[in-house]
Design a protein around this ligand. Structure first.
Ligand code: ADP
Ligand code: ASP
Ligand code: MG
Length: 859
């Protein structure tokens, strides 16, 4: 047994330029130093389409110029690579092109191109590209053994398969037989072969379907027992939507085989759907990488997806056909469906989505052998016509929301369904495996719907460690217009502060003030604001918000003590701890804080404290919200609050202890950008208010007001929040409404300055090391949070380096910014990490005994 194989597949765009072949040569040579490499190539971009056009032209008796364009593409690439088109090294390529000319001439003379002949002509694309590739690689110093894929992959047609399927969309069983590949490779460490083509058991050329080179590569990975499959294409991975249609689509960093397969089947063209089965079956990990950007990490596909419900992507598959049949004969006729499906089986047409009612069945067809003008489709319609009235809608598109346990995400998806307003939907289907919710629409609506749905589902979505940067960011879209953020205006002061080579948090109090005023101005429906000091307890910030008329919300006795000491006896303090000792309540009460109780335990354990005291209860409405799983504080699995369904028991227990219930409190989570969250909560708490009676004075809707993190994320719509709250508040005029913002007041007001200590390249990855890491800012490691990073020293020079910004802590998670475009720094440049005023220093530690960044306040 030789060294392990890695299979690298390069698509049409990835083999079309000399520049790309340099990448192919470099990546291949690098892997060949510690293993063996099987390189699988597509035809040059556009060549399969041209060959198909040449066949069509020839069939109608025209010579056409499609084949001449194919030849020009190959010769153009050869000369770009510095190869003489007449050189002997290119003789095998030339003979492939001559073969195509000969076969096409046969088509022209007979006027016929049966599938078997068409397959042989189209195969020339891959045969010629790999012959040319062999010569280019040799020129670049990589000796590759050229193998004919038809000697390695054999199809297994089913008896009823029409010729279209047998020759143009064949399937090959995923066998494992490393000895066959080893024998074919001999002593060579690099093998070069074709995607897309295989042979039938009779020895004829067959194709694996358009886009089938991915599947060839997966089959060859299975066959050779490869340790990895890499699919190199023109985009750096699988995205949450087709990045060419949706620039805000986000990179999916990791995904399981099943979910990836679902995405591919539903239109994520970057993967040929059948390519996932062979690799999943043999547990071979797959990476999707970008040939134009080998430094980007791409997507990794392996294992099973996690179990919790999630929306992963929006896809669109155009070119489909919707077939409906309606008949009263269905009524009460057992077995009608089997009669409906019989012609599909006989004719080898596979059905995709299905919807049924008492008198109608609708199905979508992804593809019909021979197209909808062909004989197969005509016979299908004739067969179905005997059962009832048939209706055909073509072309249509299937737009799908793809993810895991989609039925459990309906609440999250619901608002996005407004995208379908005034657009006809012909069929809705939820896959039996619960991996997608699909909508059949007119084809021309497809792209617009995907954009809209993606926007509604992903733009307000917070951190998700599975998701990476947007496509526009990865492409290095220019940074937003420079000039207006406070830190840009005060750049010189910031650079002076970081001039000592150490990391610093810097806060701008004017921004805190501006935020506080903006909030109060926009939300007159809120009578009283409390600053949630856990976001940033710096004394100067406490004083600033108190001066703006904010009370302070505290979650520990230490916070109560700090706020009281700093702000004096008059400051309104609200104590909202969870799982805290009775003693803390006693001390907080002694310091004059209002108490929020989150369960009946206090009534049992601290009756004396509650006797005659005014208290509020913290309720869990049964759901939470927020930028990350870890910051959602509602729902059965969360440790916060008393279940709202059991409010009466809690009220009785508190009354029994002699307490007077004056407030209702609930908090959904952190970093919420959708106003509906608080409005839904306000409705629920207003419903409870009637059960409390006249003692109730206030309702506190908690905090969690989010600040956009990523460029393009919408701001929290305060006007919509105000409008909704005003309506609810009008129904309860005697109640004081409260809100507890934390992050909203301070996030933007703080930055972390981190001088660059090292710049290192490992293989293709560039690491920029800075003076501090997760000990100062743990949010990226803990939540996968995204903080903007700019090279302040060189600001506003546009970014030109794709890098990983890392700290000095001994943890692989110590990455402050993954996959970032920044202006290439020198050691000593100061990187600014933005949006760091909230939960930055407040969550810092001295892990590794490295002190976290010190704080400076700008008045
Ligand atoms: P290749 O020729 O390398 O096989 P393809 O054209 O078959 O490349 O696939 C790459 C294309 O897939 C991308 O250019 C992109 O437009 C498209 N695509 C569609 N949906 C997605 C998605 N969800 N993620 C990434 N790419 C997608
Ligand atoms: N060249 C083939 C096609 O264009 C196969 C592939 O590129 O995957 O369909
Ligand atoms: Mg492809």
């Amino acid at each position: 047994m030789g060294a392990p194989w890695t299979v690298l597949k390069f698509g049409g765009d990835s083999v079309a330029t000399y520049e790309s072949w340099r990448t192919i040569a470099r990546e291949t040579a690098e892997r060949a130093t510690h293993g063996r490499v099987l390189v699988v190539c597509s035809a040059l971009a556009g060549v399969t389409d041209l060959l198909l056009k040449a066949v069509t032209d020839a069939r109608s008796g025209n010579a056409g110029d499609a084949l001449a364009r194919v030849e020009r593409a190959h010769l153009g690439l050869a000369s770009a690579a510095g190869l003489d088109p007449a050189a002997p090294a290119l003789a095998p390529m030339r003979s492939q092109l001559e073969e195509a000319a000969r076969l096409l001439e046969g088509v022209r003379l007979t006027g016929e191109a049966p599938p078997r002949l068409t397959a042989r002509i189209l195969a020339v694309g891959e045969l010629a590209s790999t012959r040319l590739g062999e010569a280019i690689l040799a020129k670049l110093g990589v000796k590759a053994r050229w193998l004919d894929a038809r000697d390695l992959l054999e199809s297994a047609p089913r008896p009823l398969d029409p010729d279209e399927r047998r020759y143009l969309a064949a399937s090959v069983p995923p066998t494992r037989a490393p000895e066959r590949v080893d024998a074919a490779a001999g002593e060579d460490r690099v093998v070069l072969t074709q995607g897309f083509i295989a042979r039938t058991p009779e020895g004829h050329t067959c194709l694996l379907g358009r886009g089938g080179s991915d599947t060839s590569a997966a089959l060859l990975a299975a066959l050779s027992g490869a340790e990895a499959l890499e699919i190199w294409t023109d985009v750096p991975g699988l995205f949450t939507a087709d990045p060419r249609q949706v620039p805000a689509a986000r990179l999916i960093r990791n995904i399981g085989y099943r979910e990836a397969r679902e995405l591919a089947s539903l239109g994520a063209k970057v993967l040929h759907p059948p390519c996932l089965d062979p690799v999943a079956r043999h547990g071979i990990p797959v990476s999707i990488r970008a040939t134009p950007h080998p430094e980007m990490p791409g997507t990794r596909i392996e294992g099973e997806s996690e179990a919790h419900p999630a929306v992963t992507a929006v896809t669109c598959r155009p070119g489909g056909t919707l077939l409906s049949i309606s008949t009263v004969a269905m009524w009460d006729t057992p077995g009608f469906l089997s009669r409906f499906f019989a012609p599909f089986e006989t004719l080898g047409v596979s059905v995709d989505l299905i919807g049924t009612s008492e008198t109608a069945v609708s199905v979508t067809l992804d593809s019909v052998p021979g197209g909808i003008d062909g004989a197969v489709f005509r016979r299908l319609l004739a067969g179905l016509g005997e059962l009832g009235e048939v209706q055909v809608i073509h072309p249509c598109a299937v737009v799908s929301i793809v993810g895991r346990r989609i039925r459990a995400t309906l609440g999250e998806i619901a608002p996005a369904l407004t995208a379908f307003q005034e657009r006809p939907v012909h069929l809705i289907s939820n896959s039996a495996e619960d991996l997608n919710l699909s909508f059949v629409v007119d084809e021309e609506e497809g792209t617009a719907l995907v954009r809209r749905l993606h926007d509604l589902l992903f733009s307000a979505r917070g951190d998700d460690p599975r998701l990476g940067p947007t496509w526009e960011r990865l492409r290095g879209a220019p940074a937003p217009e420079a000039g207006t953020a406070w830190w840009e205006l005060r750049r010189a002061e910031l650079l002076a502060i970081a001039g000592d080579g150490r990391a610093h948090y810097v806060y701008d109090l004017a921004t805190v003030r501006e935020r506080a005023r903006r909030l109060k101005g926009a939300l007159p429906a809120i009578d009283r604001f409390y600053y949630s000091m856990k976001a940033n307890p710096h004394p100067a910030i406490l004083e600033t918000v108190a001066a703006e008329g904010f009370g302070i919300e505290c979650v520990s006795i230490q916070e109560v003590e700090t706020a009281r000491a700093r702000l004096g006896a008059g400051a309104p303090l609200l104590f909202t701890p969870n799982f805290c000792a009775v003693d803390e309540y006693v001390r907080a009460a002694a310091l004059g804080a209002e108490l929020t109780v989150d369960g009946p335990h206090l009534a049992r354990e601290a009756g004396a404290l509650l006797e005659g005291r005014e208290v509020a209860v913290r309720l869990d409405p049964g759901w939470g919200a927020g930028h990350n799983e870890k910051v959602r504080t509602g729902g059965a699995g969360s440790k916060f609050g008393h279940p709202i369904d059991e409010f009466d028991e809690l009220a009785t227990a508190l009354a029994g202890a002699g307490a007077r219930l004056v407030g209702l409190h609930a908090h959904l989570g952190s970093g919420i950008l959708a106003p509906q969250a608080w409005l839904a909560l306000a409705h629920v708490l207003a419903g409870i208010a009637a059960r409390v009676g006249p003692s109730l004075r206030w309702i506190d809707l908690g905090g969690g007001l989010g600040v956009p993190e990523r460029p393009g994320q919408p701001e929290l719509d305060l006007d919509a929040l105000q409008a909704g709250l005003a309506t609810i508040a009008r129904a309860l005029p005697a109640i004081e409404w409260r809100l507890e913002p934390g992050r909203y007041l301070v996030a933007d007001a703080g930055v972390l300055l981190a001088p660059v200590t090292q710049i290192r390249r490992k293989a293709q990855t560039v690491f920029v090391g800075v003076a501090t890491g997760m000990n100062s800012l743990i949010r990226p490691a803990l939540y996968g949070a995204w903080h903007p990073i700019v090279n302040l020293t060189r600001h506003p020079a546009p970014p030109d380096l794709f890098a990983q910004v890392v700290g000095p802590i001994c943890e692989s998670g110590d990455v402050l910014g993954r996959d970032r475009w920044i202006r290439a720094p020198s050691v000593g440049d100061v990187l600014l990490i933005g949006n760091a005023g909230a939960y930055g220093r407040a969550m810092a530690s001295s892990y590794n005994l490295r002190p976290p960044a010190e704080e400076t306040v700008l008045a």
